[in-house]
Structures are given as C-alpha cells and as structure tokens.
Design a protein around this ligand. Structure first.
Ligand code: ZN
Length: 154
C-alpha cells in the first residue's frame, strides 16, 4: 500500500490525513514558531490561528468564530497589513474593556464545508512536511485562507 495510512488518523474537522501528526500537533509546531517571533511565521500569527479555529469548529467557541472569520476575509481581501491594523484595534479595544469584535453584528462565518470541499487547504498542506518551511510560507497561508472563502461562495 506504499505507506498510505488506513484513514484512522484523518482529522474529522478538516479532513487532513494525519501523516505528519494530528492537526493539534501541527498547530503546536506553528505556534512555537510564532511565539519565538521568527519570521515569516510570526507576522501571520493571527491569520493562522483564525484559519485553524475556523477549520476546527468542534474546538472553537461559537462566539469566537465571527471575529476569526473577519481576520480571514480581511487577509484575503486586503492583505496582511490590513490584518495587523485590525488586530491592533482589537488589542486597544481589549485594553479599554471593549470587546466589540466579539459581538454578533459581524458577518458570521460560513458553515464548515471542509470535508465536502476537495480544494480545501488544510494545516497539513501549509506544513508541507510537518515543519512549515519558510520558503513559500506566505503563498501557502494565502491559499489556506482563500480556500475557505472559496468554499463559502459556491
Ligand atoms: Zn484538522
């Protein structure tokens, strides 16, 4: 069978094969890179958190989804600088005790279509081989975010 897994480790949330470890483990690798403030990963921290949470709804509080979805759509529409402005605003709001971005008058995220959307990019794809190589990381992050917004439109 050429080392193909039997499918038992496939992620129920996003459909990743699990061949480099569970999505949780991959996300842990990515967060470690973010938290060391290493580039290019650290710049994408809020985007990769948002992508991950939106693809793993079973672990994400409902109230957090629309704020995460706004990050993904902002990234796809306006790029990383726009995301940094958005997250900076949220940090300021949090310091003032205002959590407006958690309220429900935001555009809600689309329903999870991950398993039924063959073109969907998962954290496993972004990791390439489980290590998230710097080369091409920006492009892979963009494809990850875009694959979710495409899933919504169709
Ligand atoms: Zn997954």
């Amino acid at each position: 069978m050429g080392g193909v897994t039997d499918g038992s480790s496939v992620c129920a949330d996003c459909g990743a094969s699990g061949r480099f470890g569970s999505c949780d483990e991959l996300f842990g690798v990515l967060l470690a890179l973010d938290h060391e403030r290493r580039q290019p990963w650290a710049a994408f921290h809020s985007v990769n958190v948002a992508c991950y949470l939106l693809q793993h709804r079973s672990r994400t509080p409902e109230a957090a989804l629309s704020g995460q979805w706004e990050i993904v759509t902002t990234f796809v529409a306006d790029g990383l600088d726009a995301v940094h402005r958005l997250t900076a605003e949220r940090v300021r709001d949090n310091r003032r005790g205002v959590r407006s971005w958690l309220t429900a008058d935001r555009q809600p995220p689309p329903p999870t279509t991950t398993v039924t959307t063959p073109s969907l990019v998962t954290i496993e794809d972004v990791s390439v081989d489980g290590t998230f190589p710097a080369d091409g990381y920006h492009d892979r992050m963009r494809r990850w975010a875009e694959s979710m917004t495409r899933g919504q439109a169709s």
